[in-house]
Design a binder for this molecule. Structure first.
Ligand code: FMN
Length: 358
């Protein structure tokens, strides 16, 4: 038995395990497989159009009868600043000439749009059981509409102050995202990377500071990690990296090789891929220009100038500019189908807790 059933009851899932939304490397297939295994499946919508998000949810609902979590970014998007774009292109000049890419050719801005009116209409139409946000919460009028549609709202906190803010502003559960986590840091009330706590320190302090259920996230990849999260007071876990090598993810064959070789000390925090800090396995750009560079334009605009380079490099079978987002426990991921992995994670966690209870 799970020692805390609040999340299972809130989400109405078999297990208190959330498959993390992972924009760019997954779609409906991984959501369906994890949901069939008993987890809450999360559909990352940050890089999807409203039409595509709608289509994906419909596919999921045709294939599995389970609650679904639609996930959105909710940063305050500013227009790209011409000066910083020009400086960034200058910094990347050598790569443009090496790959024979014209730096003056127009590039479609990479779509990492914040939750907006169009997406809110999709949510109102589809009424996903859960909506999760990264980088805080959307503006109040949009959030009110999401709640009026009957959706449970969750969001990531990277420090206690963010968790308290999320609870005060309407979150029904809080994802405590420790420093170990793969992908973008959900930070929104701080920009100091050096101060970000790890999962083990963050979870109990968030649990003490809020009343809503806490979902531990970051570096959790097996039954021991899940049992530890419960011991720290969490009511569930959100797991990303451990699912990356499942056959249902959309990680490319080349990236799978890089992820399979990654060790506990293989990931770093970088800002050069998008302009916001995120954890991943270093590619050539991160090694040579980053991992942190003051030249990277603000999120998400650093990615725009990288898009043609990424395409050119990948054509040659190189990951020089490809995101390899992954957390510190990437090594513990398995190649098993996501449903099987979910059941194995839940089973191992329960066995571990039973063993610890003596
Ligand atoms: C490849 C990748 C992409 C991610 N994309 C998103 C995203 O689109 N939205 C989001 O809320 N979190 C995203 N995250 C962060 C996860 O929600 C979560 O915090 C993280 O995966 C937990 O740490 P773990 O990777 O160690 O399990 C991403 C993580 C990874 C590894």
């Amino acid at each position: 038995m799970w020692p805390d059933r609040r999340l299972i009851e809130l989400f109405k899932t078999e297990f208190p395990i959330v498959l993390a939304p992972m924009a760019g490397v997954m779609d409906a297939d991984l959501v369906i497989a994890a949901a069939q295994g008993g987890a809450l499946g999360s559909l990352p919508c940050a890089m999807l159009s409203a039409e595509k998000a709608c289509e994906q949810v419909k596919i999921i609902r045709q294939r599995v009868s389970a609650p679904i979590n639609m996930n959105f970014f909710c940063h305050r998007a500013g227009d790209p600043d011409a000066g910083s774009q020009a400086r960034w292109k200058l910094r990347l000049e050598g790569y443009y000439s090496e790959y024979g890419v014209d730096p003056a050719a127009p590039v479609n801005a990479v779509n990492r749009a914040p939750f907006d009116e169009a997406m809110c209409e999709v949510v109102e139409e589809l009424k996903p059981e859960i909506v999760s946000f990264h980088f805080g919460l959307p503006e109040k009028s949009l959030l009110r509409r999401v709640k009026a549609a009957g959706c449970i709202v969750i969001s990531s906190a990277t420090i206690v102050k963010e968790a308290v803010w999320l609870e005060e502003n309407g979150a029904d559960a809080i994802i405590a995202q420790g420093m170990e986590a793969g992908g973008h840091r959900g930070m929104f009330l701080t920009d100091n990377i050096a101060e970000q706590p790890g999962t083990f320190a963050l979870v109990p302090q968030v649990v003490d500071a809020v009343k809503v259920p806490v979902i531990a996230s970051g570096g959790i990849a097996d039954g021991r990690g899940i049992a530890a999260a419960f011991a720290l007071g969490a009511a569930g876990v959100q797991i990303g990296s451990a699912y990356l090598r499942c056959p249902e993810s959309k990680v490319s064959a080349l990236a799978r090789v890089a992820l399979a070789q990654a060790l506990d000390d293989s990931t770093v925090i970088t800002n050069v891929m998008t302009g916001r800090p995120a954890r991943g396995v270093p590619n050539r750009l991160m090694r040579e220009v980053g991992p942190i560079s003051p030249d990277a334009p603000a999120f998400p605009h650093a990615a725009t100038a990288l898009a043609p380079l990424k395409a050119a490099a990948e054509k040659q079978g190189k990951l020089d500019f490809t995101n390899l987002w992954a957390g510190q426990a990437i090594r513990m991921g398995r190649e098993a189908p996501a449903g099987e992995l979910t059941r194995a994670l839940a089973g191992a966690a329960l066995a571990r807790m039973k063993q610890l209870a003596g």
